[in-house]
Design a protein around this ligand. Structure first.
Ligand SMILES: [Zn+2]
Ligand SMILES: [Zn+2]
Length: 259
């Protein structure tokens, strides 16, 4: 995978392996730019993320690895940040990093992608859930706080699909992403979940392509073996839709390279 900007570390308390195992896997897979973007700290859902005191350790570890592996691979430093009103923190938003991925894992404060809270799908209208999710993506884009949209259609994770047309539901969110000059990632984690396909789906990716929204790629690895695991599938998907370039970020500046 030439560019792979979404990868975790054990600091988030739900990933295994150590940083060098992830990096060595990426080198083995021929990755040129390998970004670590662990779950940023926040004062909510604290169980599944590092705490604020660990940011320094996290950033230092990555910068040391960047130096150590510089002849083999370019390591980039990022965070995956939850877009959640009243819980976003300046220490994260102003961190000195290469990029920030903005992700919606919560609708209001419901962790909709966490199997622990799956019961909540039963007593709500599925079309409304989907619309609320994409409205939150739209708000995230409008906040202009982030560089990359994480797993654009994560709401499909458990395969509870809407009755309404998905492109219609996501239309305003996509426009806001374009307006905010953000990139979206093609994320491999969906293949490991009940939905068994990439985030986003082909139909949403086609819409993004029409709007000329740039893409990047991410394994969303939580163990080293997941690095580049579905590389072939996502590269094929991107090419099928018409993409020939993907984005990399350094010091929060975007460059496009051919893949
Ligand atoms: Zn995670
Ligand atoms: Zn995520």
């Amino acid at each position: 995978m030439i560019i792979d900007l979404h990868n975790h570390t054990p600091l988030c308390n739900h990933a295994d392996g150590n940083l060098s195992q992830y990096i060595e896997k990426a080198i083995e897979k021929g990755t040129k730019y390998f970004g670590i973007s662990d779950h940023a700290p926040m004062d909510f859902d604290t169980k599944y993320r590092m705490n604020f005191e660990q940011m320094k350790e996290y950033e230092q570890d990555i910068l040391e690895a960047k130096e150590k592996y510089k002849d083999k691979i370019e390591i980039l430093l990022g965070y995956e940040v939850d877009y959640l009103k009243n819980h976003m923190d300046k220490r994260v938003l102003e961190a000195d990093v290469d990029y920030l991925i903005g992700s919606v894992h919560f609708i209001d404060e419901w962790g909709f992608d966490n199997p622990e809270f799956i019961g909540k799908y039963e007593n709500q209208d599925i079309d409304e859930i989907w619309q609320k999710y994409f409205n939150t993506i739209q708000e995230m884009a409008e906040s202009k706080l982030f560089d990359i949209v994480g797993h654009l259609d994560l709401i499909k994770v458990f395969k509870f699909m809407p009755n309404k047309n998905i492109v219609e539901i996501a239309k305003d969110a996509l426009k806001a992403i374009k307006k905010a000059n953000m990139a979206i990632e093609i994320n491999m984690a969906g293949y490991r979940k009940p939905i068994k396909e990439a985030y986003p789906s082909k139909e949403l990716l086609q819409e993004a392509f029409k709007l000329e929204i740039p893409i990047t790629f991410g394994s969303d690895a939580h163990i080293p073996e997941q690095v580049s695991l579905y590389e072939k599938e996502i590269v094929e998907l991107a090419k099928d839709v018409g993409y020939t370039q993907c984005a990399v970020f350094k010091n929060r500046k975007r460059e496009l390279i051919n893949f």
